[in-house]
Ligand binder design. Sequence first.
Ligand code: URP
Ligand code: ZN
Ligand code: ZN
Length: 472
Amino acid sequence: MKTLITGGTVVSATGRGAADVLVDGETIAAVLQPGSTLLGFDLAANVDRVVDATGKYVIPGGIDAHTHMELPFGGTSASDTFETGTRAAAWGGTTSIIDFAVQRTGERVMDGLAAWHEKAAGRCAVDYGFHQIIGGVDDDALKAMEGLVREGVSSYKLFMAYPGVFYSDDAQILRAMQKAADLGLLTMMHAENGPAIDVLAAQLVEAGKTDPYYHGVARAWQLEEEATHRAIMLADVARAPLYVVHVSAKQAVAQLAAARDNGKNVFGETCPQYLYLSLEEQLGAVGFEGAKWVCSTPLRSRAEGHQRHMWQALRTNDIQMVSTDHCPFCMKGQKELGIGDFRAIPNGIGSVEHRMDLMYQGVVTGQITLERWVELTSTTPARMFGLYGRKGVIAPGADADVVVYDPAGHTSIGLDATHHMNMDHSAWEGFEVDGHVDVVMSRGDVLVDADGYHGRPGHGRYLERGLSQYLA
Ligand code: URP
Ligand code: ZN
Ligand code: ZN
C-alpha cells in the first residue's frame, strides 16, 4: 500500500517546509518537493491513496512517554485498559505510548514485566513500550535490572513518594542508580518526600480537613523541591543520568535548571495539567468535585505562578518533554473511595487523548513555537527513550506514524461525544482548542480520518527500545 500525503507543511523539531510525504507499506519512503514526480511518473496518480493536507501541518505521531493503563493503584485500577487507552491515544494523534510495568516489594522484576506484556499484547491500537517500576529495591531486583535492556526496557522508575506502596529510601535509590549507571538504564524519579507528606496529610485529616483541596496542601511544593534536589545529588554521586517525571513546582524546575547549569545530566518532564490547571480552581472546586484533579505531584497554586513558570521552562529547555501521566479513574466507585478522606482518593488524571491538542494551544497562544511543539511531544520523547529514527521524525526509513493537523480546525474537549477515554468525566471538560487532529496514521495504516476511527486492537506492536540518546 502506497500513500501520498500532499500539499501540507511538514514540521520537525528543527524547521518546517512545504513537502509531500510518500509512505510505502509501514515506513516513510520519501519526503519530496511538493508536486514531485518520480522518474517522470505523476506520483499522486500512481499511489493507492492520496491524503490531501493542503493548509495543514504534517507532523510525526505523538509519543506519550508516561501512561498507566490498568495500573492497580489506590485500592482500584486505572480505568483505561490497553485497548481503550490506546484507542483514545490514537484519536488524539498519539501513535506510541510508553507505559509502566510494575514490580513491588517481594515480587520479581521479570514477573512484573511479563504481566504487563500479558495485559498489552494483542490489545493496543498504537505501538507501545514499557518502563519498569522498581517498587522494591533489593538484591534480587538489582540483579534483575541487568536483564531489562535486553528486553527493550531502557528506563526504570523509582518513587520517593507513596511509603508502603512503591517507595524507595535513599539507600535503595543510591544502589539502584549505581546499577543503572553501569547498565546504561535511565533513572526516572517520582520526586516528592513521601514520609513528610504522610505526616502533613494525617495532621490535616485529624483537623477535619478532608476535602480534595487538602491533597494539594499536604503535598507542599517544598517537598517536591527537596526531593528533586535529593534525587539530583544522589544521581550525581552515582554518576547516573536522571529524568524527573511530572514536575509541577517552579522550585523543582529551578533545582533542575541549576543542576543542568552545573553540568549534571538531569532532565525534566511536565504534563498538561501543570500548565493549565490549578490548586485554587480545580482541586479547590466545591464539595468533592476536586477529586477529579487529585494527582501526584499535585496541581499547584496559580497565585504563586507555577503554571506560567512551567510554560517558560518549556521555552528555555529547563523542562525537555511533555507527557500526560495518564492514570484515569472514574468518579463513581473509584475517586469516591476518598469521600471524607482525601488520602483515599486514587491519584491520577486522564489526558492521553488531549496532549497534542493541549500543547498545540500553546502554539496558538504564543507560548511555544510550532517546532517546539513537535520537539516536546514527539522528537525528544523518541530521543530520550531510545526510539529515535524509527519514531519522532518524518524522514525516509522512519515508521510512517504521521498526523495531519489542521490549524484552522477546532476541538471542543469534554464528555462522551468528545472524548474516548474510559472515564465518566473529563478533567478537561470545557476546554476549547484552536486546532484539530484530522488524520492519524500508524505504520502506514490510517487509524483516524474524517470518516472516523479505523484502528483495531492488536495493530499496536511492542517497541523494543534502545538506550537513551541523553546518556552522558
Ligand atoms: O497521580 C499520579 N501521578 N498517578 C500515577 C502514579 C504516578 O505517580 O505516576
Ligand atoms: Zn509518579
Ligand atoms: Zn505516573
